[in-house]
Design a protein around this ligand. Structure first.
Ligand code: GLN
Length: 532
């Protein structure tokens, strides 16, 4: 399995490079810049500049949990100081720049964590050092999180801001475009942080604010064409989810029917989902799609299995087997056709958070692991990976999807796990249980949509608990199963909170499920805080 390293967006978009020293906030720097329509990428602080094939417009050194004076502290490639581009150091990044200018950092008497009021110091005469805080009020709220401090100003630096606890909360070099903050402009607790980052990227680095999905789509289509060539064929799995649909549509726009989408129906999708996805992808989006009906194969293998981890494994492995068989058949068919080249590429819907996860700095002694992917599991096919979304955050993928004409309800679809309904059925997965869980889920989602709540909720589903409860239906006592409803809100898909439906809504859903789904006599709402 090879991964490509062809020219990425840095070729066409002015790029601010963020070097990560391991702070939990580093990815937010990249996000904030992208929100300002400035393209930004994050790389580990160990990145050698000579190995980069592009030149950044500016470099930001992030925060990090280390102390610059410690023996094994990570240090930036000194070449950043010779590149001639503006530098911004944030927290550890500030201490790193100061350390480079004379080792004047030491442990403070106490840690400073939380809000602080920053006082901006401005020169009386015009000076580039004031550019970073231009247009801001004289007193601003900032967020601090540090234990070390500068003992004194490094040579040729001046103070541009201070707080009662941090006399050097903001400093800048008098003659070079080096700027440093002890606080974190990238977090929302620093309300004017985005303006500060905008001043750095746009005013100081002069980066063009042209990072939009309209621009990205045209460049990306040309890039895919150049990569795949005139005859190259690409295969990729689609699920009906937003990521794989956007990636597939992009491929369709770039290379037409030389992109082969495969939808594996594992028998565990939502009600009528396979039919709906097929309709949308082929009729609406014009994608060359093959549906493999493997429901019976999955359900046969799941017979008698109730352990959730075993279920996941069976489903994951079977998916790879089915996809691989299909890919091999398609490769054989393509090889026989005089007009088609071989299938050499595998499309993968990797997003930027996965890339961030693999490039973030994990500590001085750790080597950076490369991103693992499903492609590596396709044995003996030697496919090259194509990952057109690997530079994008989820909200950018949605914007791209809308740009490519993907229907809104698909662009905003809740995530649905690969193992599907099977992991929402506690206990054994039988065709009867699948039918019950699916029907209840369908009613729940239908009511959420009817109440206009779908976009407010990040993920919602019905789970089937194979516990029998007693109920009275009509004039009869019944002994049937329980449906547990779950709905959560989240902005980052890392932490979640259960959604506060009103009583009338829950009553309506519960009544419909009990009346319409055979085998269920009770419905409960689950206040768990996690996602699936
Ligand atoms: N370890 C450094 C300190 O405590 C930097 C902290 C940070 O970057 N948030 O000062």
């Amino acid at each position: 399995m090879e991964t490509k390293d062809t020219a990425g967006p840095q070729e066409t978009f002015d790029t601010i490079l963020v070097l990560d020293f391991g702070s939990q906030y580093t990815h937010l720097i990249t996000r904030r810049l992208r929100e300002l329509n400035v393209y930004s990428e994050m790389l580990p602080c160990t990145q050698k500049l000579a190995d980069l094939s592009w030149k950044p417009k500016g470099i930001i050194l992030s925060g990090g949990p280390y102390s610059v004076y410690a023996e094994d502290a990570p240090h930036v490639d000194p070449a950043v100081f010779d590149l001639g581009v503006p530098l911004l150091g944030i927290c550890y990044g500030m201490q790193e720049i100061a350390w480079h200018h004379g080792k004047n950092v030491l442990a403070g008497e106490k840690r400073e964590y939380g809000h602080a009021t920053l006082k901006v110091h401005r020169r009386t005469e015009e000076s580039h050092v004031d550019a970073l805080l231009q247009g801001l009020e004289d007193d601003i709220e900032v967020w601090m999180s540090h234990g070390d401090k500068l003992s004194h100003l490094p040579p040729s630096f001046v103070t541009i801001a201070s707080t009662p606890n941090a006399p050097f909360a903001g400093i800048a070099h008098e003659f070079r475009p080096y700027y440093c903050f002890q606080f974190h402009p990238e977090v929302t607790h620093t309300p004017r942080g985005k303006k500060i980052l905008e001043n750095f990227a746009v005013v100081i680095c002069k980066a063009e604010q042209n990072w939009t999905m309209e621009k990205f789509v045209d460049k990306e289509i040309l890039r895919i064409r150049a990569m795949v060539g005139d005859r190259g064929q690409v295969i990729g799995a689609v699920s009906g989810g937003v990521d794989s649909t956007v990636a597939a549509k992009l491929m369709k726009e770039a290379i037409g029917d030389r992109f082969h989408a495969v939808l594996v129906d594992n028998g565990l999708m939502r009600l009528d989902e396979c039919k709906t996805v097929h309709g949308t992808l082929t009729k609406h989006l014009g994608i060359n799609l093959t549906v493999v009906d493997a429901g019976k194969r999955f359900l046969d293998l799941l017979k008698g299995v109730s352990d959730p981890e075993k279920k996941r494994k069976i489903i994951g492995n079977t998916f790879i087997e089915v996809f691989q068989e299909t890919a091999k058949d398609m490769a054989a068919a393509a090889a026989g056709s005089p007009n088609e080249g071989e299938i050499e590429w595998l499309l993968q819907g990797t997003l930027y958070p996965d890339v961030i996860e693999s490039v973030s700095f994990k500590g001085p002694s750790q080597t950076i692991k490369t991103h693992h992917n499903v492609g590596g599991l396709l044995v003996g096919m030697h496919l090259k990976l194509i990952e057109p979304l690997r530079e994008l955050f989820k909200d950018e993928v949605r914007a791209l999807g809308a740009n490519l004409g993907i229907p809104e309800d698909l662009v905003w679809r809740h995530p649905f796990p690969g193992p599907g309904i099977a992991i929402r059925i506690l206990g054994e997965v039988t065709p009867e249980q699948v039918a019950i869980a699916r029907h209840a889920d369908h009613i729940f989602i239908e009511e959420i949509k009817a109440a206009g709540l779908y976009r407010q909720i990040s993920q919602a589903f019905a789970a089937l608990l194979p516990v029998k409860a007693v109920g009275v239906m009509g004039d009869q006592r019944v002994h049937e199963q329980i449906i547990a409803l779950r709905a959560v809100e989240t902005t980052d898909f890392m932490t979640a909170d259960w959604f506060p439906f009103d009583g009338q809504f829950l009553k309506r859903v519960s009544r419909r499920i009990v009346n319409e789904v055979n085998g269920v006599c009770r419905v409960v709402y689950d206040g768990e805080h996690s996602l699936d």
